[in-house]
Ligand binder design. Structure first.
Ligand SMILES: Nc1ncnc2c1ncn2[C@@H]1O[C@H](COP(=O)(O)OP(=O)(O)OP(=O)(O)O)[C@@H](O)[C@H]1O
Length: 231
């Protein structure tokens, strides 16, 4: 599903003329299979977000290979990356990133609108997903009328609406209390099982990492681990 080989990336930090080079990805290698939940765990600044951004095609690595379903995406142009992203990746963020002026229904249907999907199909698909994430009764509410857990359910539904095979999640429960965190983690597990969805979750929270089939540890730009985790 995702195979990363010899991925390198270096940032230039600081004022022009006095830049400092920081090697953030020092030759990353891993393979993720379809239907796995993988957690990428590591301290702040270890390079987790940079890795996720390169997989998603938001950032071009200096060198290395990223194969997603046998397509090499590391050398894609921005336009190619955007098109590939829409078909292959859904995103979940710590702060939900919902549009405040749009209802739950409208937030979830947005990616389908961007793809030019007809209204009838959009309505059918959003209704199906609302049911899967347990939000049918709040379809016409606005994000600020929902709890944090409900907002994260909306963003999970939005991430899934175009049927991408892979969900990339950056600290998906970072803004939630521990009980709500457990509910969202259970939902992720359920969707993984029922829909065969692959999840790549970035976290520094061991509780979150514990739901993963495998955990990778990011330390100073090096990724280690990947042992099967028994839950
Ligand atoms: N656009 C950028 N320009 C320059 N340096 C950057 C940029 N993005 C990240 N960095 C640097 O790269 C290193 C890794 O950052 P990254 O955000 O990938 O870490 P992280 O493990 O995701 O951290 P956190 O958990 O705090 O989000 C940090 O030293 C950071 O300062």
């Amino acid at each position: 599903m995702i195979t990363v080989k010899s991925l390198h990336h270096t940032f230039s930090i600081g004022k022009k003329g006095h830049e400092r080079k920081v090697e953030v990805l020092k030759g990353i290698n891993f393979h993720i299979q379809t239907g796995e939940i993988v957690a990428i765990v590591g301290k702040s600044g270890s390079g987790k977000s940079t890795l996720l951004q390169t997989i998603a095609g938001f950032m071009k690595p200096d060198s290395g290979s990223i194969l997603v379903n046998n397509t090499e995406i590391a050398g894609f142009t921005e336009k190619q990356s955007a098109a590939f992203r829409l078909d292959h990746f859904g995103f979940i963020f710590q702060n939900f990133q919902l549009l405040p002026s749009q209802t739950v229904f409208e937030n979830i249907e947005l990616p389908l609108k961007l793809k030019g999907v007809s209204r009838a199909i959009r309505e059918k698909k959003v209704a199906e997903l609302l049911k899967k994430v347990g939000l049918t009764s709040v379809a016409d509410h606005y994000p600020n009328e929902l709890s944090g857990g409900q907002q994260q359910r909306v963003s999970i539904a939005r991430a899934m609406i175009t049927n991408p095979p892979i969900i990339l999640a950056d600290e998906p429960t970072g803004s939630l209390d521990s009980q709500t965190e457990q509910e969202i983690l259970s939902l992720i597990r359920l969707l993984n099982k029922n829909e065969n969805l692959t999840f790549v979750i970035i976290t520094h929270d061991e509780e979150v990492a514990s739901i993963a089939d495998r955990q990778f540890r990011m330390t100073d730009g090096v990724l280690v681990g990947g042992m099967l985790h028994v839950i």
